[in-house]
Design a protein around this ligand. Structure first.
Ligand SMILES: *Cc1c(COP(=O)(O)O)cnc(C)c1O
Length: 375
């Protein structure tokens, strides 16, 4: 039987044709195609905020932190249960990533724990839209107001969802998407920063092109900068026309992908809502486009269940190992909820081409395994 994949890049003929068009036009770097992708993202999100595309979601987060003027001596509060990218993006600026615990219901930053870790050096909080959910964001903004912090939303999972009736990305301070190959839409690799802070957006536009001031504006007119100034640290983080061409085609498919992910998620929820030995997260499923489908497997059975699924040709994942347990980000304190979840979380296959038959197979293997354990 064919392997049932945990996640998958879903790209096709349209993306191939779009890449061919860029190759034929002969300009692969950053130019008109990136400008169009940024404009189309704004239209898609129904926002007049600034949208700045870069070459990865990690680069988006890194430049967002830097553009807020955060660096050595500063601290950024971040949930420990996230992709290592969130942590590396913070420490890349020289700032300290302060690991916080998460809530058991939504694996979202635990603000009571974050409160204990606020110091005079705290400058920002980076909540992660875990499994695409951001229903607790109003609480994060209250918390940030109260402590005078900026907010960088790691929305790498969350593209296409809504919060309080508005597309994710239209409200808030600084928000970062990822268009990595397996995210809700992809540009091959890629990411974007969305903000209404024009200074922050301009700093990011410059920093993605080695800090060359206003190079973006030149490149969008098909020109280059031969004489310029540089006033900040910059990187080669720009998005290429090739990537943007893929992203533009994916944007046309975004709603279809979203429905597919939502339909498959609904089926998982129906199957698993009241099963002994396993629980689902309490997410805003009516409004999100789930990037991953995560369950908690109780009584120490997670590893055995995932090994059994693998034997049955079903891939699973664990999102994520707590960052405070890796050497580079290790803490002197414990984060008990995240450490408990680390032994329980299991991500089941979910992507825009997961078929009903494949999903039925996943559900049946999980239920029969748990049935035997509980018998
Ligand atoms: C994917 C991801 C990122 C980084 O995005 P890349 O495009 O892979 O660099 C950051 N945070 C989270 C939670 C992610 O899942």
């Amino acid at each position: 039987m064919a392997l049932i994949r945990l996640s998958k890049s879903v790209v096709g003929e349209e993306e191939k044709a779009a890449i061919a068009r860029v190759i034929d036009a002969g300009y692969l770097g950053m130019g008109r195609e990136v400008q169009l992708f940024e404009e189309e993202l704004r239209t898609h999100l129904r926002t007049d905020k600034q949208v700045v595309c870069v070459n990865t979601g990690t680069a988006a987060l890194h430049l967002a932190v830097q553009a807020l003027g955060i660096g050595p001596g500063d601290e950024v509060l971040v949930p420990t249960t996230t992709y290592v990218a969130s942590f590396q993006a913070i420490t890349a600026t020289g700032a300290k990533a302060v690991a916080c615990d998460v809530t058991p219901e939504r694996v979202f930053i635990d603000l009571a724990d974050a409160e204990r870790r606020v110091t005079a050096r705290s400058r920002a909080v980076m909540p992660v839209h875990y499994a695409s959910d951001s229903s607790d964001m109003p609480l994060v903004y209250d918390f940030a107001d109260c402590h005078g912090l900026r907010v960088i939303e790691d929305a790498a999972h969350a593209f296409g969802g809504t919060r309080a009736g508005r597309p994710i990305g239209t409200a808030g301070d600084v928000l970062c998407f990822s268009f990595d190959g397996i995210k809700n839409i992809t540009s091959g690799e890629g990411g974007a920063v969305v903000t209404s802070d024009e200074l922050v957006a301009q700093r990011i536009r410059d920093a993605r092109l080695l800090g060359v001031e206003k190079d973006t504006e030149k490149r969008y007119q098909g020109e280059r900068s031969w004489a310029f100034d540089v006033r900040h640290q910059g990187y080669r983080y720009h998005m290429s026309n090739l990537m943007a061409a893929i992203g533009r085609e994916q944007l046309k498919k975004a709603e279809r992908f979203a429905r597919h992910r939502q339909d498959r998620t609904r089926c998982y929820l129906e199957a698993f809502r009241s099963v002994d030995g396993l629980s689902v997260l309490d997410l805003d499923f009516a409004n999100i486009v789930p990037h991953i489908f995560v369950v908690r497997v109780h009584d120490g059975h997670r590893d055995a269940l995932s090994a059994h699924l693998r034997e049955m040709d079903i891939e699973t994942g664990v999102h994520y190992m707590p960052n405070h347990l890796v050497e580079y980000f290790s803490t002197r304190y414990r984060l008990p909820v995240a450490e408990q979840l680390w032994s329980e979380l299991l991500s089941l296959p979910l992507h825009a081409e997961l078929t009903e038959q494949e999903q039925a197979q996943v559900i049946s293997v999980v239920l029969s395994y748990l049935g035997r354990r509980n018998a």
